[in-house]
Design a protein around this ligand. Sequence first.
Ligand code: GRF
Length: 213
Amino acid sequence: MLSQKRFRIGVLGSGKGSNFVAIADAITRGEVPAEVALVISDVESAGILQHARDRKLPAEFVAPGKFRTKLDEETERVYIQKLRDAEIDLIVLAGFMRILKGDFLRAFAERVVNIHPSLLPSFPGLEAWKQALDYGVKITGCTVHFVDQGVDSGPIIAQEIVPVLDGDTAETLHARIQQAERKIYPAVMRGMAEGRILIKGRQTIWKRGEEAV
Ligand code: GRF
C-alpha cells in the first residue's frame, strides 16, 4: 500500500490552548486526517505548550522580540524557518496574540487560518464577545477565516451562530462562543486536510467529498 504523507499542521498560540486541544483530540479520534507537526508559542508559560507536551507533540517557546503586538523582523524570520523546517502545510492560529503581516503571510500565502470569537465582519479586534454584548446584538458566534494583511479581514471559511441570552455576562457569552469554536475549528481542519476548501476571491468554496470509485 502507498503510504501518503499526512497533512501537517503548525499551531501558533499564546494562551490556554483549548482550540488546540479540540483539534489535537479530533486528530487522535481519527476525525481529521492530519498531524500536529509543531506548536509554537510566544509566551513561555502558555497552557498550549503544556497541552502539546502532554500529548508528546513538538512544542517550542520562541521569544517574540521587542514589540508588544507583532513579531519583529528577526523573530518573524525564526518563526518562518521553524515552520518551513517542519514542512508545515497549514498554519493554525489558536489564540496567537500577535499580528502577522508582510513576509510571514507571503511565505505561507493562503496557508494561514485564524478563529475569531464573533460573526465577522462584526466586531473584529480584541474581546469581540464583549463588543457584541456592549452593542446589544441578539446573535453572535465565531468565524474561521484565512489570514490576510488586515485585522480579522480575510476570506471566511466557516461560521457558527451563538445566541446572546438575557442575563449573559461577558464570561458566560465567551464560554458559549468557545464551545462553538471547539466544534468548528476541527471541522475546518478536516476540510483543509482533505483539500476540500478552495479560495475564490472573497469567497471560499467547500468541495463535496469525493465518491469512492
Ligand atoms: C479563542 O477564544 C479565539 O477566539 C481567540 O483566542 C482564543 C484562544 O483560546 N482567537 P484558546 O487558547 O484556544 O483556549
